[in-house]
Design a protein around this ligand. Structure first.
Ligand SMILES: [Zn+2]
Length: 660
């Protein structure tokens, strides 16, 4: 794997991974990593395999050691990290017991569904499900109020579908039909495992599907969900009652643990109106079927093998194109790691993160801030008034690196070594309660929304901050002993990417403190919008597979971030070069090595199913376009690799998109 191949004196990039038969000016992605892609086919248990997923896998192996070591302690104290982590992991790994129990762990919930006689009973069940983490029909969440970012507020939004996007229900193209037909068969198989007689299967699935189809029709499109103003619909409780009169909201809030509430954000009012109407119009018998299906869908991963297998058949094989299920330890590990995230994370950073890495990351972030500031000052499309505000916002942007200063408490959570699903539900309930308690309280700006052992990064527009967990600050993306061209090209680009999110098509709408409030002059915001148009057009032309194309509108925010991140990281690296001096390595100039470093994040093989799923659902563009797209717009790349008219990546200077 990566670590063993990384020789002692390596500069962080192995030229043997390149495909020299491809010209960098035609397809930089394959030039830089073509051989690597050939040498790293997708394992059967994966739908994608690349530097990102490999690092995730390496991290999983480290976490496994942590989990096993914690579990080895004899007679640990109840509620100690050793007991909770050890017992949770053990309860999941005991597959013999899980097989023996079969559907017993969900029998009490099935019974309450069976007992539903009235719409009141129905809403009572839905509310109780929400409390334990089964978000059917809609979801609830507590987060910063987008227009008053120091306060927390309750959000409710559309849900209730078994397929990830409304288009799968409504469109009739080849890919939608393939997924939809498989979904119907999957529901049949699941209900059959539950014990429903064969003669009722088709009819029952038809009834459930009819409800979901109705919900899908009333759902907001993913492009609209992405537009923050469209989902920010603040309502008082009496206004909410008018939106969805058939739902007893007072009772709902009481059951999910909300004592006092004056207003909330209803992300999709139209959807709630439709849910409200359907509650009366759909028969109770059909609702019982629908709830059973969603109970199964949410819990099958924690039940016996036949359920695991069938869940994998659809969500793994059909949707992602994965051939085999992951081994049990990886399935359970992801659940334990997700459920007790900061408990596991605390041990992880003690073992695998050092202060020198944090120091180096911090100094790189400093260079990126300077580079971004210089770029904003030089912009020809932004007026002085907006520039002043943009710089103010940039200077106020907070950074979090490595791990939180203050860890979450798990006091009072009960974990049982022989009750896997019970543990999952108790943890969901515990976290839901923790979340609900925040309503109306001031926002804790020290809190993290990603665990330190996560190989990823994020930006929060309402916090005006960027966050880089310990686990992403590793090889092949970042290391204190490799060439800094790679550090700036790989990790530096990701940092720049996250920084620009606070100024992208949506992030630009939030002010210094993370409030949804306009600080742009009208003409400057119009200029930004105009600048993004050709980027939408450029990416919409990229083809994925089977006639599926990249969605230029859905991906525009990420594409702005990729382009801006690369430009800013390039300048930051130039600042760094002034301090340390230039040299060539293996015949590559510093600038060439910087761009080679940028490709490291995107090296990835994907199954055709996965590629199509990403193109339909994901706001990120496919890997190849995340490299070639920005490169073809950046004049610094043209210079580094001498790109000329007639080369495939060449775009006329007037067509090259430059935002930051
Ligand atoms: Zn992003």
């Amino acid at each position: 794997m990566y670590y063993s191949r990384m020789k002692k004196k390596s500069w962080g990039f192995d030229p043997k991974d390149m495909d020299k038969n491809v010209r960098p000016q035609d397809d930089f992605y394959h030039y830089a990593g073509g051989n690597w892609l050939k040498k790293n086919p997708i394992p059967k248990t994966e739908s994608r395999w690349g530097s990102f997923t490999i690092l995730r896998y390496e991290t999983e192996k480290r976490l496994k050691t942590i989990l096993e070591e914690l579990g080895k302690q004899k007679n640990p104290q109840v509620n100690s990290p050793e007991q909770m982590v050890g017992d949770f992991y053990h309860s999941g790994m005991d597959i013999k017991k899980r097989n023996k129990l079969s559907i017993k762990p969900i029998s009490q919930y099935l019974k309450t569904i069976e007992e539903i006689k009235t719409t009141e009973d129905l809403l009572y069940s839905v509310s109780n499900f929400h409390k334990i983490g089964i978000n059917t029909l809609w979801w609830n969440d507590v987060d910063q109020d987008m227009k008053s970012s120091d306060k927390n507020i309750l959000y409710v939004g559309q849900g209730g579908l078994g397929m990830s996007d409304k288009d799968y229900y409504l469109k009739n193209d080849k890919e939608s039909l393939r997924i939809r037909n498989a979904y119907l068969l999957h529901m049949e198989a699941m209900l059959s495992l539950l014990g429903l007689e064969k003669k009722y299967l088709k009819e029952s699935v038809g009834k459930i599907y009819k409800i979901e189809h109705r919900l899908a029709k009333a759902s907001m499109s993913k492009e609209d969900v992405h537009e923050v103003e469209k989902i920010y619909n603040k309502k008082t409780i009496s206004q909410l009652k008018k939106v969805a009169p058939k739902i007893d909201w007072v009772k709902y809030f009481k059951i999910i643990g909300v004592n006092k509430i004056e207003n909330l954000i209803v992300c999709q009012p139209k959807f709630f109106t439709e849910v409200s109407a359907s509650i009366k119009e759909v028969s109770i018998e059909d609702w019982r079927l629908y709830l059973k299906w969603h109970l199964l869908r949410s819990t099958s991963r924690f039940l016996s093998k036949p359920f695991l297998r069938e869940n994998f058949n659809f969500y793994g094989k059909v949707i992602l194109g994965t051939k085999e299920m992951k081994p049990l330890w990886r399935q359970v590990l992801s659940v334990v790691d997700g459920g007790l995230d900061e408990l596991v994370g605390k041990t992880y950073v003690k073992k695998y993160f050092d202060s020198e890495t944090k120091k180096k990351a911090n100094s790189m972030v400093n260079d990126l801030f300077i580079a971004y500031e210089q770029r904003i000052k030089k912009l020809d499309w932004m007026g002085p008034k907006t520039k002043k505000m943009a710089l103010k916002k940039l200077h106020a942007m907070n950074r979090k690196i490595g791990y939180p200063d203050k860890w979450k408490s798990y006091h009072g959570l009960r974990v049982d070594g022989s009750d896997y699903l019970g543990n999952v539900i108790r943890i969901s309930t515990f976290e839901h309660r923790r979340m609900i308690k925040k309503i109306g309280k001031p926002v804790d700006r020290k809190e993290w929304h990603m665990s330190p052992q996560t190989v990823n990064a994020y930006c929060s527009q309402t916090m005006n901050e960027i966050v880089f967990p310990a686990a992403i600050l590793q090889l092949p993306f970042f290391n204190k002993n490799i060439d800094d061209a790679i550090n700036y090209g790989a990790m530096g680009m990701v940092i720049g990417h996250e920084m620009t999110h606070n100024f992208d098509d949506q992030g630009s709408k939030f002010d210094t403190k993370g409030n949804l409030k306009n600080w742009w002059t009208k003409s400057d915001h119009e200029n930004l919008r105009k600048k993004t148009k050709p980027l939408i057009a450029q990416f919409s032309k990229y083809k994925v597979a089977d006639g599926v194309s990249v969605n230029g509108t859905l991906t525009v925010g990420e594409n702005i971030a990729d382009l801006g991140g690369l430009a800013i990281a390039f300048d930051a690296y130039q600042l760094h070069l002034k301090k340390v001096g230039r040299k060539n390595i293996d015949g590559f100039t510093p600038e060439q090595r910087f761009f080679l470093g940028d490709t490291l994040f995107e090296r990835e093989n994907t199954s055709p199913e996965f590629a199509k799923m990403v193109a339909i659902n994901d706001p990120h563009s496919p890997s190849i376009f995340r490299v070639n797209g920005p490169a073809s717009n950046l004049s610094e790349f043209y210079e580094a690799f001498n790109v000329k008219k007639g080369d495939k990546l060449y775009r006329e200077p007037k067509d090259r998109v430059k935002i930051w």
